[in-house]
Ligand binder design. Structure first.
Ligand SMILES: C[S@@+](CC[C@H](N)C(=O)[O-])C[C@H]1O[C@@H](n2cnc3c(N)ncnc32)[C@H](O)[C@@H]1O
Length: 211
């Protein structure tokens, strides 16, 4: 199954999860809040990759009421829920695949949570370069996401993705923190820091475009 087909499978998965999504993700609210808490104080223009129903944006608009946020998400049902939120008129919604949609440019920050752990390392390199390119000079990339605890765990999930994908409705393939950092460095990010969050299988990784 190629990347396009896998991403369409994700779209179906999240479209079908819509009725229980917010309830299931309630326990992740602290990880989502960290995004807004770690932004630079003068942040205005933000891109949120895989915003889903917009849970991380609830806190973000409390802290940054004047923010201008663009979101890209492949699931139309998730975005339909986002459009019901009281801050929806401050959000530009783009329904589509990260690998196909234009990101725009000149963002102060790109944020993402729980949305980027389904890609192979070579696919992440393409995605992270696209993120790098859409940021303004010194812009920030904040990703709070699932990580693998070991190389073996990463290798196992990537093996399943490559060889047994038909057995899964949904498969997570998080990379280790070390591999995440290595890819960020390869595309040019600097000042890369990873911190623990309240979920042991998650990390917040903060990186900068540089001046
Ligand atoms: C687990 S949800 C996270 C939603 C939100 N960030 C949150 O933390 O509640 C992952 C989101 O990423 C979106 N997504 C996954 N793969 C995508 C892709 N290739 N392109 C665009 N969106 C994608 C899904 O549709 C889904 O809404």
């Amino acid at each position: 199954m190629n990347l396009y087909e896998r991403n369409q499978k994700q779209r179906t998965f999240f479209n079908e999860k819509i009725d229980s999504y917010d309830q299931v993700h309630e326990t992740y609210m602290e990880t989502k809040k960290m995004l807004a808490d770690c932004l630079d104080k003068d942040t205005t223009k933000i891109l949120d990759l895989g915003a889903g129903t917009g849970l991380e944006l609830i806190h973000l608009f409390e802290v940054y009421p004047n923010a201008s946020v663009t979101v890209i998400d492949i699931s139309e049902n998730m975005l339909r829920e986002l459009s019901k939120r009281d801050f929806a008129n401050r959000v530009t919604m783009i329904c589509g695949d990260f690998f196909e949609k234009d990101f725009g440019n000149n963002y102060d920050a790109v944020i993402s949570t729980s949305a980027l752990h389904h890609f192979k390392p070579e696919e992440k390199r393409i995605l992270y370069k696209k993120i790098f390119d859409c940021l303004k000079s010194d812009g920030l990339f904040l990703n709070c996401d699932k990580i693998s605890s070991s190389q073996e765990e990463q290798d196992h999930s990537l093996y399943e993705l490559e060889n047994n994908i038909d057995n899964y409705k949904h498969i997570d393939t998080p990379l280790t923190v070390e591999n995440e950092i290595s890819i960020l460095e390869q595309v040019g990010f600097v000042d890369i820091f990873s911190s623990e969050v309240d979920k042991s299988n998650y990390r917040l990784i903060k990186s900068r475009k540089g001046k």
